[in-house]
Design a protein around this ligand. Structure first.
Ligand code: F6P
Length: 744
């Protein structure tokens, strides 16, 4: 529209200016013509009256003079006549203009003395009039008196105004006509061909090759179209070659790597890239409070840690809530951007939510309802009808956003987590051909617990539209099958591990998620410098260092951890001055009351315990409460003798796996809560029950005193497990399983 305006506006301005100038000239000439006519008329009338007036003046015949001036009374418009004697006294005046005579007429003396006629525009009683005064002379050219004829000129202005009106109407008609013609022409020569090209491209983008007809356009545009067609053809051929080569390479490699996963995805999904949906976006653009400039951060999120390497490996599109304050500044016209920002590997599409939507869907239903429902931490879930309505609305908003992106044939949508239980159904309603999998990153409770959710039916119904639902551990799969069996009408197949509802079969599988692993990666020079700096800053030389890395969440057992450290130092005072615990804590979901309270509880407890043991320049707990990037966290992992993961309940817990993966020198030990999914795989970790503070405290001592060789052995075993079961294998298993299920 702006472009069309830019094109039409100058034309219209030129026409308007030209027409206005023409109008001014036209009106002026018309005005002059009308004035000339009026003057001529006034003179003729005055001259025709002169003779009779002369007679009346000479004979002082008042009656004749009166008759003469009254003959004007009958004429239309404001007209009149005045007869003066030689002294300028009125002999007779038309009644209609009788008050004219009371005017001081200085020009009258001039006419009588100069004996010359005079015509001029005058003002009279709010009217504009033309007055023409003619001297009456005898045969010897002596002045006898004068005759004044007065004409109303207002009709002149009415006539000129009419003329302006006609010119303006013509101008408007011309502008409208030119605009319509321009729009029609530009639609024909520009809009329609571009629209055809856009449609062609949309089909190409979505892999709808059936609809790709050869494109016929002439002229310069035709040349552009032809170039575009060549590029598209090249891309199609390249994609096909990549798929074929990928099939061949997968067979050869053993350990799962980024490139092996890339090959698998190309082989299984062919030309169609795949779509990931999650609430949390992998890259957030936030305004830096100090510099006031936007910067890109990676949020503290297990989902992001796990899925980002997969998309980096194989490309595709990740659709997520654009929740950061500078996010809108970095997207294109379709709300998309290439990420990672410095090395674009895949597309991030941001979905915008209003404050009310975010409150109801994210803070309310997802995190005050489903989150505590699924985690056994004795925090009561809150279910509000308004939150549920927002949750449904936001699921629909995401569904619409995803549907816009899906290619024409067999797309693969991979949904993350409890924020989107209704999404699969919404997608399948419009695109039954889409393969949809949901991965549940948190625990699934038993049927008694899940049954307290007022919206259990809709949630299960929405989830069972998926082709497959994944959990971290078999125990959660079993809980889900039990829940479906007890709470909705369906058939649970315990052999195939599937749920059949309304003729739709959903497979339930356990896929323990993992990390891409720094396995084999030596600490970089900058990391070694960082470690040195941290040791100096917190005076860690000669100290045994334990580390904890968490979002501040009541499921993470941070309070229990501090209580255990307190008990450990109380019970084993020989460790005072020798042991330091560093907690990196990222504030999270801070608008929720429970989280807000938790932050205050942790602050208070840390303060209290540090105060209890503080001596000289040693205090037992270093509490760093802020967001830490993965690059900032790694030096802490590298320097720590011990990593403490004390979740009260956790689907997997990737901090445990990240710590093990980073311990290249095998010098470290992991304390891991038995209530995490990771505890099932990492059996060489020192397992703890975080609710038992006494046992927890003893476990710290046990770990610190464990012989170095045993620590190395345990670390080696755990690293082997992570190397073999890394995130690429996790993604590959899901995709392979889905592809197999689809075929069977
Ligand atoms: O791992 C569970 C999870 O809820 C993820 O879905 C999420 O990315 C992460 O915890 C962090 O939570 P949030 O995105 O609410 O900050």
């Amino acid at each position: 529209m702006k472009r069309i305006l830019l094109f039409i506006l100058p034309i219209l301005i030129i026409i308007a200016v030209a027409f206005t100038l023409f109008g001014i000239l036209q009106v002026r000439s018309e005005e002059e013509k009308l004035m000339d006519d009026l003057k001529r008329k006034a003179r003729t009338v005055a001259e025709s009256v002169e003779l009779s007036a002369k007679y009346a003046i000479v004979n002082n015949d008042q009656r004749a003079a009166k008759r003469l001036v009254e003959s004007f009374q009958r004429r239309e418009r404001m007209q009149g006549c005045v007869i003066y004697d030689k002294d300028g006294k009125i002999l007779a005046i038309t009644e209609r203009i009788s008050s004219w005579g009371q005017k001081d007429n200085p020009y009258l003396k001039d006419v009588l003395s100069s004996k010359n006629a005079r015509g001029a525009i005058e003002k009279f009683g709010g009217y504009s009039v033309y007055s023409y005064t003619l001297p009456v002379l005898d045969d010897e050219n002596n002045i006898l008196g004068s005759v004044e004829v007065i004409y109303d000129t207002s009709y002149l202005f009415t006539t000129l105004a009419d003329l302006w009106k006609r010119i303006s109407i013509t101008l408007i008609a011309l502008v409208v006509l030119i605009t319509i013609i321009t729009l029609l022409i530009q639609r024909q020569i520009f809009v329609l061909p571009v629209r055809r090209l856009t449609q062609w491209f949309t089909h190409f983008q979505k892999g709808d090759t059936e609809k790709l007809r050869p494109f016929k356009e002439k002229g310069e545009f035709g040349k552009l179209v032809s170039e575009v067609e060549q590029v598209a053809l090249g891309l199609r051929v390249a994609r096909k070659v990549v798929t074929d080569e990928a099939h061949a390479r997968i067979e050869k490699q053993e350990l799962w790597t980024e490139s092996k996963l890339r090959d698998l995805i190309h082989a299984k999904l062919g030309e169609n890239s795949f779509f990931v949906v999650s609430n949390r976006e992998p890259y957030m653009h936030v305004m830096d409070e100090v510099t006031g400039a936007p910067r890109c951060v990676r949020p503290a999120s297990g989902v992001v840690t796990a899925i980002d390497p997969i998309l980096r490996a194989c490309g595709g599109t990740w659709i997520a809530h654009g929740s950061a304050d500078a996010d809108r500044k970095f997207v294109n016209s379709k709300d998309k951007l290439g990420v990672p920002p410095q090395d674009n590997r895949y597309i991030l599409k941001r979905v915008w939510l209003t404050k009310e939507e975010e409150d109801g869907y994210y803070y309310g239903f997802s995190n005050e309802g489903l989150w505590p429902l699924c985690h056994i931490t004795h925090t009561r879930p809150i279910f509000r009808e308004t939150d549920w309505q927002m949750y449904k609305k936001v699921n629909q908003k995401f569904a619409d956003s995803i549907l816009e992106e899906l290619p024409a044939n067999n797309p693969f949508v991979f949904i993350q987590d409890y924020h989107f239980t209704l999404l699969a159904k919404m997608i399948k309603e419009k695109r039954p051909d889409a393969t949809v999998a949901l991965f549940w990153h948190i625990p699934w409770p038993n049927p008694e617990v899940f049954a307290i959710c007022p919206y259990q039916q809709e949630i299960l119904d929405g989830m069972l539209a998926c082709d497959m639902i994944g959990f971290h551990v078999q125990f959660h799969c079993n809980n889900f099958l039990d829940t479906a069996n007890r709470l909705i009408e369906c058939r649970v197949d315990t052999e195939k591990f599937s749920v059949v509802r309304a003729n739709k079969e959903t497979f339930i599988r356990a896929f323990p998620i993992s990390v891409d692993g720094y396995i084999g990666a030596q600490p970089a020079k900058e990391e070694l410098e960082q470690i040195k700096r941290i040791r100096q800053e917190f005076q860690l030389q000669d100290k045994l260092v334990a580390v904890g890395v968490d979002r501040i969440d009541y499921t993470k057992g941070i309070l229990e951890r501090i209580l255990a450290i307190d008990r450990f130092l109380e019970k084993y005072p020989e460790y005072r001055h020798k042991f330091v615990f560093i907690q990196l804590a990222a504030p999270s979901r801070t608008h929720i009351k429970r989280y807000h309270e938790l932050i205050a509880e942790i602050d208070e407890l840390v303060e209290k315990k540090n105060w209890k043991y503080w001596e000289g320049d040693w205090k037992p707990i270093i509490y760093l409460k802020r967001y830490f990037s993965p690059e900032e966290i790694r030096p802490y992992y590298l320097l720590a003798d011990l990593c403490v993961v004390s979740s009260l309940h956790d689907g997997m817990n990737l901090v445990a796996k990240e710590y093990v993966a980073s311990k290249n020198d095998l010098n470290g030990a992991l304390m891991l809560s038995c209530f995490t999914g990771a505890a099932r795989e990492l059996t060489d970790a020192i397992q703890i029950n975080p609710y038992s503070i006494e046992e927890f405290a003893d476990a710290i001592k046990f770990t610190l005193e464990m012989p170095a060789e045993e620590k190395r052995k345990r670390m080696e075993n755990m690293r082997k497990i992570i190397a073999e079961n890394n995130i690429y294998r996790w993604a590959a298993s899901i995709i392979t399983e889905l592809a197999a299920l689809k075929k069977s």
